[in-house]
Ligand binder design. Structure first.
Ligand code: ZN
Length: 576
């Protein structure tokens, strides 16, 4: 049943006009709703109330001023315009979307595609056409700055002759409009707290996505014809070759955003549809964290400080990519960075500039890799060496050798947990007899989202959650168990869930925090490594030593109201 038939049934329009109106709408290429409104056959409120009733979808009135750009950005503007659907609020992870034509199968399909891509759930409301237009106006107002910059840029490009080659491209990028577009992209990322920006061409347009708290959000859609100008501008900023578009390139640049010096690490990558650019936002004020900010609890902090006080030895930070292990290494390096100490680093890439540290970037393509760099560094008499990652046997053996000859060595290793480090080193050809005397400390970590303090909500968890919490907490070593005892003795276990407010952009979370396990070398662990260096034997020893697992550390943070149980379980899936 179409909307006219619905209206006719309610005696709101004459039934014998329906057929005529349908063909009239078809020939003029507008919808039935638009037609009856333009002919003033019915007023908008009545029309949409009837539609709401017939479709059984609630009709919603929204104050456009209360809708944030962050929410609007979850649906690209061109999709919003085409399918007449606008997101207006986000509760937990559910996006509330107003649609003028919720019955349209194409619109429904587009929405479910976007929700899979953007990883959000949604709830649909019916909105009127004028409500839709008011919301789109808000969209444009919020994006006004970008739109204006884009329009200027488009004018510029049109004025350039079509045969314009490399020289013209360089000229365009030095002029204002593209500079403004790129500046708006960078500022949007920094202000929104994004860690990465992806600029990629699709068949129809250029998509700009921001990574926020580990998740990618599709945020800006730009016209395809400005793609080259944007890429060229970013390449010039990062001192890359603008005429090279078939090979990946790496670079970096530094610029002021909101009166803060921000570094961007840039890499380009050729795709079938053109070059893609990824920028990592390196906000120095975010990069350097204190041990407490990282989320190291007292018993772990104690072990770490003890290790830092040793004159030599190897400290390894482990975890998958994106687990925050490099940030942790920088915090340790910062602690060790004192006058009179010679610190040299070999990194790939250099993520944060640290005053007083002699940082260098490895370049495997010219033969300067971790291993050759390390050999060179050892001749410069450093006290402390940071090696970005132990990736191969040669680097592993050089790192052990450096620790053995009186240096403090910091590095990262790819293992799932702290227990896997010793077997992994042996696997990489390290003689097990060398491990007890060189390896000082292993930290393993994951990142979980931190609850927004302004809106988090107390809940009484389900029975199965309570028993999971109790099971993990009862296995804590005695020295740590006594810390959580008061929390567990409460009548009902209280934890928190994310809610969402204006301050946290309706996400319910604000920033991230690490959950850790820290294993230190002890005499008994050293003896064990010589006899049975298997992960299971080390696990038993770690427990005797009083090590808490990442999951236990996370659950302690749940009981402290720092994060949610879902976050911790998700980050520590391998314990299931
Ligand atoms: Zn909040």
């Amino acid at each position: 049943m179409n909307i006219l038939e619905i209206l006719a049934k309610k005696n709101l329009i004459e039934e014998n006009k329906v057929q005529d109106l349908v063909s009239q709408a078809q020939s003029s290429g507008i919808t039935l709703e638009e037609l009856v409104l333009s002919l003033k056959l019915i007023d908008e409120d009545t029309l949409f109330s009837a539609k709401s009733e017939a479709l059984n979808i609630p009709l919603k009135k929204v104050d456009p001023g209360a809708v944030s750009l962050k929410v609007l950005n979850l649906i690209p503007e061109d999709s919003a315009k085409y399918y007449k659907m606008v997101p207006f609020s986000q509760q937990d992870r559910v996006l509330e979307i107003g649609m003028v034509y919720p019955e349209d199968p194409q619109a429904k399909e587009a929405l479910s595609f976007l929700s899979r891509q953007g990883n959000f759930a949604f709830q649909v409301f019916l909105i009127s056409i004028s409500q839709f237009e008011a919301l789109m106006k808000q969209y444009r107002q919020l994006k006004g700055e970008m739109t204006q910059a884009l329009q200027e840029l488009e004018k510029e490009i049109v004025q350039e002759p079509a045969q314009a080659g490399k020289g013209a491209m360089r000229r365009i990028t030095e002029e204002a409009p593209v500079t403004k577009v790129v500046a708006v992209i960078l500022r949007t990322a920094v202000e929104g707290g994004a860690s990465d920006i992806h600029i990629e061409p699709t068949r129809e347009n250029v998509r700009v996505r921001f990574r926020l708290l580990g998740e990618l959000h599709s945020s800006l859609i730009l016209p395809l014809r400005i793609h080259q100008a944007i890429i060229a501008r970013i390449k010039i900023l990062s001192s890359m070759r603008i005429d090279e578009n078939r090979l990946p390139q790496d670079g970096r640049f530094s610029t002021m955003v909101d009166e803060k010096q921000i570094d961007f690490r840039v890499s380009t990558f050729p795709t079938a549809l053109g070059e893609k650019v990824a920028l990592r936002v390196l906000d120095p004020s975010k990069g350097l964290k204190t041990f407490e900010d990282l989320g190291l609890q007292e018993h772990n902090l104690f072990k770490l400080k003890e290790a830092c006080a040793k004159p030599y030895g190897l400290i390894l930070s482990t975890g998958p990519t994106g687990s925050g292990k490099t940030t942790t290494l920088y915090a340790i390096l910062h602690e060790l960075n004192k006058e009179g100490v010679n610190i040299v680093s070999l990194e790939d890439p250099v993520e944060y500039m640290m005053p007083g540290v002699n940082q260098s970037q490895v370049k495997p393509e010219i033969g300067y890799d971790f291993a050759s760099g390390l050999r060179q560094i050892l001749r410069q008499d450093p006290n402390i060496i940071l090696v970005g990652e132990v990736r191969d046997k040669e680097t592993a053996s050089l790192v052990i050798h450096a620790a053995l000859t009186g240096h403090i060595v910091l590095s990262t290793l790819h293992t799932n947990n702290a227990l896997g480090v010793v077997p992994r080193l042996i696997d990489m050809g390290i003689d097990k007899y060398l491990i007890p005397t060189t390896l000082v400390l292993v930290l393993s970590q994951r990142l979980v989202r931190r609850l927004c303090d302004l809106c988090k909500e107390k809940i009484n968890p389900a029975e199965e959650t309570v028993s999971l919490i109790e099971k993990e907490m009862n296995q804590l070593p005695p020295n740590v168990h006594k810390i959580v005892l008061p929390l567990l003795k409460q009548k009902d276990t209280v934890i928190f869930k994310a809610k969402g407010c204006r301050q946290c952009g309706s996400s319910g979370f604000s920033g991230r925090i690490g959950i850790f396990e820290v294993l230190s070398m002890t005499e008994s662990l050293g003896k064990l490594i010589l006899q049975d260096p298997s992960e299971s034997a080390i696990a038993k020893e770690a427990k005797l030593q009083g090590m808490t697992t990442m999951r236990q550390d996370g659950i302690m943070k749940v009981l402290d109201g720092i994060t949610t149980i879902e976050e911790v379980l998700r980050a520590t899936e391998e314990y299931d």
